[in-house]
Design a protein around this ligand. Sequence first.
Ligand code: XMP
Length: 514
Amino acid sequence: MEKELVVVIDFGGQYNQLVARRVRECNVYCEIYSYKTDLSKIKEMRPKGIILTGGPSSCYEEGAAVCSPELFAMGIPVLGLCYGAQVMSFLLGGDVARAKVREYGKTDVDVDTSSRLFEGVSPHTVCWMSHFDYIARMAPGFRAVAATENCPVAAAECAEKQLYAIQFHPEVLHTAEGAKMLYNFVRNICGCSGDWRMDSFVEESIKGIREKVGKGKVLCALSGGVDSSVAAVLLSKAVGDQLTCVFVDHGLLRKNEGDEVEAVFGPEGNYKLNFIRVNVQNRFYDKLAGAQEPEKKRKIIGEEFIRVFEEEAKKIGSVDFLVQGTIYPDVVESGLGGESVVIKSHHNVGALPDCVDFKEILEPLRDLFKDEVRKVGLELGIPEHLVFRQPFPGPGLGVRIIGEVTSEKVKIVQDADAIYREEIANAGLDRELNQYFAALTNMRSVGVMGDERTYDYAVALRAVNTVDFMTAEAAQVPWEVLQKVAGRIINEVSHVNRVMYDVTSKPPGTIEFE
Ligand code: XMP
């Protein structure tokens, strides 16, 4: 049976991947293609439906991003969203014009529930608007099926030709019933049966990787983090021992983490891959000796990491493919994604390729969000403690020790952090908090232990709640939990006589404590 596919045509809007994600949530497979893709290629894929995304252009301007008008004559349902809705109207003979004011934010909308697009949706609902241009006159054959106070054509349809246009963004969660609208489109209007699941993603990826890699050699830098672990396992399932994973233990990992990674991926683990653990802890401590300043430490760690990886790659000889655990948010942030504009450059993407001789990069997770990567991880049988690991920065504990990094300080922060994590898990908070860790301040102060005077370090505990890691709130960890952690750290970790809790949000703080 032919696989049901919905094609998402990307015009460069910020929410485009969300469109694909919402379609996947309807258990329908979809792929994203640039608006520049040849119509013949799209026809060959025989999609069940097409969705046109938002985008930054004005469709009536010279050189604007537009698709071929023939797309609307293929006899398959098409849904235009925001800019996509305008492009559809414009190309089919309607008028699109610039409004006097931009309509932005949550907006009340009245929808005509006799439209198949709005079946089961409340007649008065809330949508997310973000546009300057608007559909001033609908294309012939269309009727308006939604309106807001400022936007008379918030949605339009030509049901006979199965063409639908929505000015707002159903893919954004602020559109209260947006998921239902997209469901109506892909399941009811396009008639997709909804038989696609995450296990299909795994199957498809493995098949695709095998075809691409053939008998080639594949190299992967494994950090033990969620993304690189899932990418490595996917690759190992696809090409087995054609894959070599290099795990650099720079001595700045959390307590026992190096051994945990080795237990899963090494010779005793479940996977048939070549696993190389490079124990270069002292090499990193030597390089870091004397460095106080956070940026300097980050630079040293980053450069040394590349050097070690390069040395290992040389030992392996020429490789054909380099695996990167890039996921969708990295793609958007580094501006690599489809037609989207650059938001910020990410610290990890792109650092390694320069030091390895290879033909092509493999990024099997580049279309997935973090929670989807985790689902794939579980699907692949990766242990839960790895799949649900909280984020951990590339430079590791190097950015959780204020001032100079030494092996003694690493041990202190590892032990304190292990206690903190254990107690957070005991309190059942480990899946609730988005990130939490212990950091070692460079401050020593006077204390008293038994009858002795002490002069030791202060450990800082941090826990944050955040959606996107760009902003964060300090979490309200219960006092009893904090007291228990503080008591245990002082009793069990030498050279610590004070424990503090960081209540700073981001901004003005950052999540890490460096
Ligand atoms: P900040 O400290 O900037 O951190 O608020 C935001 C998120 O990014 C993580 N982080 C990093 N992740 N390499 C990474 O892979 C890095 O160099 C790095 N620095 C910070 C941090 O742990 C938090 O989740």
